[in-house]
Write a protein that binds this ligand. Structure first.
Ligand SMILES: NC(=O)c1ccc[n+]([C@@H]2O[C@H](COP(=O)([O-])OP(=O)(O)OC[C@H]3O[C@@H](n4cnc5c(N)ncnc54)[C@H](O)[C@@H]3O)[C@@H](O)[C@H]2O)c1
Ligand SMILES: O=C(O)[C@H]1O[C@H](OP(=O)(O)OP(=O)(O)OC[C@H]2O[C@@H](n3ccc(=O)[nH]c3=O)[C@H](O)[C@@H]2O)[C@H](O)[C@@H](O)[C@@H]1O
Length: 346
């Protein structure tokens, strides 16, 4: 009988896990790992695909409905014999033979997940249910990209995985944070009831090249504003904090979690914590010292502080972030300048 330890509790499964595909152990087949990435045309998903495709033993299938993602993010792989791209909405069932599922499909920026909240919650609940059904049918291991938003407006700081959170169940962010909480519940219920091999990553604010330029998230907003000579819009009070992880570190953490022995949940994020005023000042200093910083109204239920405790990731996965904010911001600036076609002034 499979046994897992998480949050100090024993999760004893009622059934042995389904047999994995024989390909997982095949020595001579051209690809011995078929990997599905849902949401693979998005920001984190496309960087994950790049990393997975570097291993010649991997065959990668992306499914995406292109709500916030784009084929452009995957253009280097389209037509590659080990790569397949399917336009598909995860709220509909999917039948594909795979060994691993990275389940990322879900709009992540608050302006996009609030745009159609009913669809967001369907994506989180029905989408995750469909992917768990697929994992059960084909015996695949499945990783969910959950979020630090499961901690809500946290009363514990920094946040450890054992903290249950402080979440408004009826607020405008609930479609996303409560949606992800249900998704985590479904993952553990399939694990306990059906023996599915699960992995849960709780991702903290991640940034890097390929974020949508008008994505609405704070790092992309500030960088685009600095490049366009527009004021940096710090939402009030400006003393709220976030901890920003560069995307290459994130992808490394996700792959380690998938390949390791621990179900999670595991926080994956960079513990360097900044107020939004500090972030704006850093962007101003690095990208455009002339730019103005202004304050604007905030949106409801904005978490006041957020910083991951990454002890578990360090101990269980041997993972910690390498890229500091001051190193990551210029890399993102280069990408934004190319796409906006605005070069540096001097
Ligand atoms: N970037 C972050 O800071 C962050 C933090 C915490 C958690 N996450 C999680 O990581 C994942 C990826 O986030 P991201 O920042 O790359 O966002 P993103 O919006 O760039 O990517 C999400 C992808 O999912 C696709 N998608 C959305 N709904 C879908 C559906 N119903 N069916 C199929 N595809 C669908 C989108 O088109 C997009 O390509 C999300 O699950 C998000 O909740 C991200
Ligand atoms: O990391 C996470 O777990 C979650 O965090 C984010 O949510 P949030 O932290 O609210 O992200 P932003 O929209 O980037 O906002 C961060 C902070 O910046 C502030 N902000 C945002 C935009 C802006 O122009 N100015 C500004 O000051 C917001 O008020 C907020 O306090 C992401 O949107 C989610 O994808 C993710 O799941």
């Amino acid at each position: 009988m499979a046994k897992e330890v998480s949050n100090g509790e024993n999760h004893v499964t009622t059934k042995p896990p389904p047999e994995p595909s024989p390909l997982r152990n095949a020595k001579f087949f051209q690809a011995n790992m078929r990997i599905l990435v849902t949401g693979g045309a998005g920001f984190i998903g496309s960087h994950l695909v790049d990393r997975l495709m570097q291993n010649e033993k991997n065959e990668v299938i992306v499914v995406d409905n292109y709500f916030t993602g784009s084929k452009d993010n995957l253009k280097q792989w389209i037509g590659h014999p080990r790569f397949e791209l399917i336009r598909h909405d995860v709220t509909e069932p999917l039948l594909v033979e795979v060994d691993q599922i990275y389940h990322l499909a879900c709009p992540a920026s608050p302006i996009f997940y609030k745009y159609n909240p009913v669809k967001t919650i369907k994506t989180n609940v029905i989408g995750t249910l469909n992917m768990l059904g697929l994992a059960k049918r084909v015996g695949a291991r499945i990783l969910l990209t959950s979020t630090s938003e499961v901690y809500g407006d946290p009363l514990v700081h920094p946040q450890t995985e054992s903290y249950w959170g402080n979440v408004n169940p009826i607020g405008v962010r609930s479609c996303y944070d409560e949606g992800k909480r249900v998704a985590e519940t479904l993952m553990f219920d399939y694990h306990r009831q059906h023996g599915i091999e699960i992995r849960i990553a709780r991702i903290f604010n991640t940034y890097g090249p390929r974020m949508n330029i008008d994505d609405g998230r704070v790092v992309s907003n500030f960088i685009a504003q600095a490049i366009r000579d527009e004021p940096l819009t710090v939402q009030l009070p400006g003393t709220q904090t976030r901890s920003f992880c560069y995307v290459s570190d994130m992808v490394d953490g996700l792959i380690r979690l998938m390949e390791g022995e621990h179900t999670g949940p595991v926080n994956i994020g960079n513990p360097g914590e900044f107020t939004m005023i500090e972030l704006a000042e850093t962007v101003k200093e690095l990208i455009n010292p002339e730019v103005e910083i202004i304050t604007v109204e905030n949106t409801p239920d904005d978490p006041r502080q957020r910083k991951p405790d990454i002890t578990k990731a360090k101990e269980l996965l041997g993972w910690e972030p390498k890229v500091k904010l001051r190193e990551g911001l210029p890399l993102m600036e280069d990408d934004f300048r190319k796409r906006l076609e605005i070069s540096r002034k001097n």
